[in-house]
Design a protein around this ligand. Sequence first.
Ligand code: GDP
Length: 452
Amino acid sequence: MSTITAISTPAAVGGISVIRVSGDEALKVAARVFRPAGGVPVSEMKGYTCAYGRVVSLDGETLDDGVLTVFRAPKSYTGEDVAEISCHGGIFVTRRILREIISAGAEPASAGEFTKRAFLNGKLSLTQAEAVADIISSEGEAALKSANLMREGALFKDVSAVSDKLVGILGSLAAWTDYPDEDIPETSPGEILSVLEDCRARLQKIIENHDSGIVFREGIPCAIVGRPNVGKSTLMNALLGFERSIVTPSAGTTRDVVEERLRLGDVILRISDTAGIRDAEDTVERLGVDLAKRAIERSTLCFAVFDGSEPLTDEDETVLAETSERRRIIVINKADLPQKINKEYFSDEYILEVSAKERLGLEKIRAAVYDLFGLARFDAAPAVFANERQKLCCDRALSAVGAAISAVRASETLDAVTVCIDAAAGALLELSGQKVTEAVVDDVFSRFCVGK
Ligand code: GDP
């Protein structure tokens, strides 16, 4: 395979930058741009050793001093010969050295190419490789933990356990039908059924856990709604202060969406349309019901805020009606004032009385969010999918197992049962990358950043 190179550290100023070169010619390329200070030439350096020296241009001009680390195939990240040059972290210097390495014979790596090679050389499974992409982009500790576990193969093991069972039934069905003379005991429909039901339960658990994992990784799109003056902006500010979160306004996909991120424990709330909430001026004008409606449509969680010191108004009832189809938390604010709100009007499971201004009762909000999304039960140890591709494979496997169960129950032919089990096993093998088409592999690795 060709020899590739890229800057593996972030494109920012830092103490040190690392430029990675991988491929058959990696050490030859490195020898052209690196002069070790000691006596050992690059070509004779052993794996897992490093040398201090000068980074030079092809003309012999010194560009920087740095350290060269050598990894010999197959004991490297990619499984190929790898040379890593650690130089001083300026963006200009690093890019200059990269250009020199390219002139010396390496090709620029495309996004994810190092990890793709690691996969192709059997260093990582596809799910582990996807987890690497995930680690690069994960926010929050729980997300990082589940991403790390995936790299260690937690998902791979869970999925393999199910696919092994399915392949096992396929094997015994095939043995029995293909070798009728061999006296192989017939697998009874009851046995097949019990294995299939076990597989179904395992797949359901994997999928359920995935949904919590997604919440941790991507955050929960939220809307804070309520009529003007109930205390939405005060609540938001109080939560930000309470959780000591960092607020990073980021432009959304549509021009008019502004999203702010608020960290609640390990989970991130992505609150949209906060432009209309946080700015205390002309609240009445901005918080027309229309604006709130759009925020509600985009969210999976709504905080419906009411003023506890006043009786419910028609506008409050509109807010209740508009959010009734969503997962919601009723927040009765201004608990520090004498209460006049008609509490009997609410029948939700989560009704929290707080004072945003006095910062009372805010911890109940975090507990309610965790509860509502089953996050307290979330265990990062089992499998969490890295992306939609894996989830879809698992969904396909689950429905195929369901079809196989129905086929056995309806006493359909062994062929019909086999087709369903075959489809289920195929989907799982595709998930773990044991049977992957080139297209799937390319799709997975195209989502990496260059240098990984
Ligand atoms: P918004 O229009 O819903 O965003 O409401 P604001 O957050 O701007 O609050 C409206 C008014 O209610 C302000 O004067 C706040 O100081 C006040 N307020 C907000 N929360 C509380 C609370 O918990 N207790 C009391 N007494 N006043 C509050």
